[in-house]
Design a protein around this ligand. Structure first.
Ligand SMILES: Nc1ncnc2c1ncn2[C@@H]1O[C@H](COP(=O)(O)OP(=O)(O)OP(=O)(O)O)[C@@H](O)[C@H]1O
Length: 587
């Protein structure tokens, strides 16, 4: 089980959304099944013309009196068995090719979804919602369809063509070479036509996007257009877009469907050579000496080869179409690409970049928040009441989509599997959430660790030992009532015991007296040297000890060291000096 997870993790690390090869690599098991069934299918195909030739020869022998029905029956059974094997392996191959396409389609759409939800609304609007929707759905389908056809045709065309060509060369290499002049001409023609197919295909896609955007615009602003009498103008503009869409669709369709028959005619031209030189071979005056059976096999083999050649041309068409779509969706991967921003990621590095967040009721709480941190750093987050500290802390749980990116060791948190994210982020909220169980189980959660270390770290070891049942005392609902400060410390002990590379602590010391807070803080510092700690708090007197401070006010953030913020943010300086004053007053 663990091995499987490890393997999956390794595969995910190597996966690069912007490289098309990556999608093939992660599906290697499905592709292996396709390869095996594809080889059986295509090699089995050779048996068909061979049996057809043998049966024709046997028919002639029977008519001449030298063949028997038993031999013919034997050939027919062999022929039917060969067809059976070919069809079963064809089914298996097709099934897995479809599976490959579905997996890739799902993967690309998932990645694009994450990319789109983390992009700013302004940039989405700039590109046009209609265009984006066309890219995220239609272009992905076209692109995957090209990949599917490529995978199918590699066997149906590539392997089959090679096998047929080998068989033709075996029977008469001179005639085979002569016949094989035309199929490559058909490929070259297909390759030359690709520009037109690409151009008309791209124009069609663009027009789809424009039409979607115009439709959306009309629906969203229908009342305004009606009230201000723009309905007629809008209708005309819509009609024009519809006409442009139709024209581009027709053009793309013509280029797409008119070309394959032409490729087929080109590649079938060689039949004329077979009829001429083949009959010479059969009559004994050609390059080789053939029977009727060989002539039939050769002709059947060539017709199959030629048909496959036109499939090769179809394959080019599909790949060209896929290229157009891939080029359109590629830029959408930008926000999920980890390699091209030139940043060197080290294990444990955190980067929050341009993050904005609004609650479903529309209230925008975070606006373009950016900061980065390294393992061992403690970052204090503060600001006026209800400035969004808890919202920022909860962001790392990825419960709601946000704009911008949060990357850990180069990987976007939103794109991680839930299990992977859980292994990175530990969160301690306002509510200690202690459950009805012993102090031990509340902290260790069943792990076999030294409980005392953690109780000591949060300065509650003495209080627990004084309880009637010590570490086995039942707490939580129905158990011994703990004070707010005690509950907070037990919850903090649990978080430290299950430490993760990123610890988000939301006001963990709010109910502690200052001397306990100082002691707990220095223990937390010592125990989290390889983690990043985000400490959200109203109380600032520990902030001079922190590596970075994030000051939040009305969604905006200012990031710097304590000294820098004292200089830059007067509200921070005022709050700090006020609290310091209260402190010395108390003393
Ligand atoms: N689930 C929610 N839905 C809508 N608005 C919310 C939600 N949770 C919080 N808010 C609003 O978001 C703003 C920021 O709240 P948040 O709790 O993040 O601030 P805070 O700085 O942690 O608050 P405090 O100073 O009390 O610790 C507040 O105006 C709050 O009303």
């Amino acid at each position: 089980m663990e091995n499987k997870e490890l393997q999956k993790k390794r595969e995910d690390e190597k996966f690069c959304p912007k490289k098309i090869g990556s999608y093939f690599r992660v599906e290697w098991k499905v592709l292996l099944t396709i390869t095996i069934s594809g080889l059986i299918y295509n090699l089995g195909l050779l048996a068909e013309p061979w049996f057809e030739g043998r049966m024709t020869g046997m028919l002639v022998d029977i008519l001449r009196g030298s063949g028997t029905f038993a031999n013919m029956l034997f050939l027919v059974i062999g022929y039917v068995a060969a067809i059976g094997i070919v069809q079963v392996s064809r089914y298996v191959k097709r099934f897995y090719v479809r599976r490959f396409a579905n997996n890739v389609n799902r993967r690309i759409k998932e990645i694009l979804y994450h990319s789109l939800v983390t992009r700013g609304r302004a940039s989405l609007r700039e590109e046009g919602e209609g265009t984006i929707m066309t890219k995220a759905i239609r272009d992905v389908d076209d692109c995957v369809e090209g990949m599917r056809k490529f995978t199918t045709e590699i066997f149906d065309t590539g392997v089959a063509l090679t096998a047929y060509a080998g068989m033709l060369l075996w029977y008469d290499w001179r005639l085979a070479l002569l016949c094989m002049i035309f199929p490559p001409i058909s490929y070259i023609t297909a390759e030359k036509m690709k520009r037109m197919i690409q151009r008309t295909g791209a124009a069609y896609k663009k027009q789809c996007g424009v039409l979607s955007a115009v439709t959306l615009d009309r629906a969203q602003n229908a009342v305004t257009y009606r009230v201000f009498g723009c309905e007629r103008d809008r209708q005309m503009a819509y009609e024009k877009n519809l006409t442009d869409y139709e024209t581009s669709a027709v053009k793309a369709n013509i280029w797409n469907s008119a070309m394959p028959p032409i490729y087929k005619v080109i590649s079938m031209t060689s039949v004329l050579f077979i009829l001429y030189f083949g009959q010479k071979n059969t009559l004994g005056s050609g390059w080789s000496s053939w029977s009727i059976a060989t002539f039939t096999t050769f002709l059947a083999c060539f017709v199959k080869l030629s048909t496959k050649s036109s499939s090769a041309a179809k394959l080019f068409n599909a790949v060209h179409k896929a290229q157009v779509s891939w080029n359109r969706i590629r830029p959408l991967f930008d926000s999920v690409n980890e390699e091209e921003d030139g940043k060197e990621w080290r294990p444990g590095d955190l980067e929050v970049k341009d993050v904005s967040f609004a609650y479903p009721d529309g209230k925008r709480v975070l606006e373009h928040v950016s900061f980065s941190a390294k393992p061992g750093q403690i970052i204090g987050v503060t600001g006026p009441v209800a400035c969004g500290k808890s919202t920022l802390g909860k962001l790392f749980l990825c419960e709601c989509p946000y704009e911008g990116t949060v990357r850990f060791a180069g990987k976007d948190l939103l794109q991680m599997e839930e299990a992977e994210r859980k292994g990175i982020v530990a969160y301690l909220g306002h509510d200690p959430e202690l459950f009805h169980d012993s102090v031990r189980d509340n902290v260790l959660l069943g792990d076999e660790k030294d409980l005392k270390t953690y109780l000591k770290a949060v300065c509650i070891d003495r209080e627990v030992s004084e309880m009637e049942e010590g570490e086995d005392t039942l707490i939580g609902n129905g158990g011994v009532r703990l004070s707010g400060g005690q509950a907070q410390r037990v919850a903090l002990a649990r978080t430290l015991c299950h430490k993760k590379p990123l610890l988000v602590l939301d006001d963990p010391f709010s109910a502690l007296d200052k001397s306990t807070e100082r002691e707990v803080f220095s223990n937390v510092q010592a125990m989290t040297r390889d983690s990043i700690v985000l400490l959200l708090s109203h109380r600032l007197y520990l902030f001079p000890q922190m590596d970075q401070i994030i000051w939040m006010d009305e969604g905006k953030t200012t990031v710097g060291t304590h000294e820098e913020l004292l200089q830059k943010v007067s509200a921070y300086a005022t709050l700090f000096t006020t609290q310091e004053g209260e402190d010395s007053h108390e003393a």
